[in-house]
Design a protein. Sequence first.
Length: 410
Amino acid sequence: MPSVLPDGEPVPVAGTLPGSALSGLGTRPFGLYIHVPFCATRCGYCDFNTYTAAELGAGPAAVSPGSYPDLAIAELRFARRVLGDVNVPVSTVFFGGGTPTLLPPSALGAVLRAVEAEFGLVPGAEVTSEANPESVDAASLSELRAHGLTRVSFGMQSAVPSVLAALDRVHRPGRPAQCAAWARAAGFEHVSLDLIYGTPGESDADWRRSLDAAVAAGPDHVSAYALTVETGTRLAARVRRGELDPPDDDVLADRYLAADEVLTAAGYGWYEISNWAVSEPSRCAHNMLYWTGGDWWGIGPGAHSHVGGTRWWNVRHPAAYGARIATGQSPGQAREVLTAAERQLERVMLLTRLADGCPGTVLGPAGRANAAQVVADGLADAGALARGRIVLTRRGRLLADAVTQKLTEP
């Protein structure tokens, strides 16, 4: 969740949604994203809406890890009022950040109980928390599982000390594997590791070492993301000063291909461009909800929501967020109501990123005509197109944006 929010129209003080958003509510999967905006330290590459204790400051308006759960619960109750009496049980809950596990497990459990009280959870609901490896141990993971969490995602990033140092990560290289073992012992059904490739100074051998370490840790899900140098970060400043080289596009492509090769050989199948899982149940259901057009409400400062084609985002700073919540106002900063054309473009863009592909019936006439050329260019699978779907080849995944542009031409 980037720290810079887009412009949009004002959100009503009462948070009222347009009728078009509420139409069909309850017929689509519904999830909750709960943003925890705290970090022990700020990583040099990070542009997310997070704050260290020093950045939050003190005083009566300050929001702390101790006061934050009550604010999140208050927004949950606000969301329930805005959505009315429609039955919308929650199929996925995702605690993201920041570092959600800087809050005690009992706090995350309290928020989850509020979700159950206000909305209810569907049977077998996925409940995920992100975690920095240094923010958990065997006991805290056992407590998180006891409070109802079913999935945990650890920010591994790399197994190489010099790469971790370039990213300003503070955990030691073997810690994510230890955390994965603790999570399994605690009874977590699903364990994921996140990797980053393309860090300045990282070699091909470094990346292979990280991939091998991730596989050896035995998670059932791995995410691998190309490093992006975000404006305003310490990493961007170091690149600007010439201290570090910016990521090279050809190198990033080679690293992606290496990741797909290693993970596929180890039994992981790609299901979204940057995500691999050992089986369909191991896929991140919360992210699948995003990619397949579900509804979700984002709780917390800077969090984004989407319901029935209306998208909005909360005020960014925790103090401003807390002030809105304390007075019963919507914490929404701005919103946009997507047009039919915008919703169509997003649907094609997101479905095309999935291994299941995009149905040809979703495309307009020009897109359907261009699909054959995309196949001819080696970017989509010919057999899948014959069955009526556009499924990217490995090369096509590297050029997904260009494919989407061809498929969405008017």
